[in-house]
Ligand binder design. Structure first.
Ligand SMILES: N[C@@H](Cc1ccc(O)cc1)C(=O)O
Length: 300
């Protein structure tokens, strides 16, 4: 008999939500160790609003919450100041710190609106979509406070010592940019994300990291760092697929400027986005974006 987490994983696969998973056995074992059922998702605050790709990630996170996982959300305080090179063909502009902090406040409010059930709703708010709320998400911002105080030498001793140049250079992002230009700043990004995971493992019993399709290198670097300190750990990572349109094209800001659906858009923009897609695409999205099961979908 498969255990609950095996069934959960099967459901994720049937919905087309898993691109990659590291240490699936560790994940299954948590069935017997509920205290370790803690996962995190990090979001960088490099823009002022979230888009449909973020909603996709948050909905997948809620699936874990429904399965009894404590959810930790990290608004990347340190990482946003470095800039994730994953999936970027060029060096990112360095954003001013005040700008990032301003973005962070805005993004926090947008995430809370999606994940946290309001105690009181404004009259004009949309009807609460009960099934969408995770009851227990924690938004964390303390890792940045730690990193801010840590000096560079201590940071290198705690992270750089355990990650070799060969290991870091084997990551897709680095391979792609090594000849065209990747600054040391961006090269060091995975160390910070790995430190976040290590910190959450140590302090919050966080055993898994969830991330979008371009995050594989960062997720696995975190697993490796944790393993250097705790060889017997039971950590794992889940990578969700790229959100694509019907032609298989990535839906993201950079690749298809016009198509991006911002989460603070008018309801009509959402309606149009979902209404105008081809049927085959709707079939995929209904599995990925809703909690309906197969029978409910087929009955509709
Ligand atoms: N690198 C992630 C965001 C992130 C930041 C910090 C983390 O600890 C984890 C994830 C992204 O760009 O999507």
């Amino acid at each position: 008999m498969p255990n609950n987490l095996q069934l959960f994983f099967q459901d994720l696969q049937q919905r087309g939500i898993v691109a990659n998973v590291a240490n699936l056995d560790n994940f299954y074992q948590l069935e017997l160790e509920p205290k370790k059922k803690v996962v995190y998702l990090g979001i960088d605050c490099t823009g002022e609003r979230l888009h449909i790709g973020h909603l996709f990630l948050l909905i997948q996170t809620i699936r874990f919450a429904k399965e009894g996982f404590q959810i930790l959300l990290v608004l990347g305080g340190a990482t946003s100041k470095i800039g994730d090179p994953s999936d970027k063909n060029e060096e990112r502009p360095l954003l001013e710190v005040e700008k990032i902090e301003n973005y962070q406040a805005k993004i926090k409010a947008q995430i809370e609106r999606i994940l946290i059930k309001p105690k009181k709703r404004e009259k004009n708010d949309l009807a609460p979509l009960e099934q969408f709320y995770a009851d227990n998400p924690k938004l964390l911002n303390d890792i940045y406070q730690i990193l801010k105080k840590m000096n560079f030498i201590d940071f290198l001793r705690q992270t750089g010592k355990y990650l070799t140049i060969a290991y870091l250079s084997s990551k897709e992002t680095v391979k792609k940019r090594i000849n065209t230009g990747l600054s040391f700043l961006e090269f060091s990004y995975p160390l910070i994300q790995a430190y976040d995971f290590y910190y959450l493992y140590k302090n919050y019993n966080c055993h898994g990291q969830l991330g979008g399709s371009d995050q594989w290198g960062n997720l696995t670097t975190g697993l490796k760092l944790i393993k250097s300190f705790y060889p017997e750990n039971q950590t794992f990572a889940f990578n969700f697929p790229l959100l694509a349109d019907s032609s298989g094209k990535k839906i993201s800001k950079s690749e298809s400027g016009k198509k991006i659906l911002w989460l603070n858009s008018e309801p009509k923009a959402f309606f149009d986005f979902f209404r105008n897609m081809p049927d085959e695409q709707a079939e995929i999205y209904i599995k990925q974006f809703t909690f309906l099961n197969e029978k409910q979908i087929n009955d509709k």
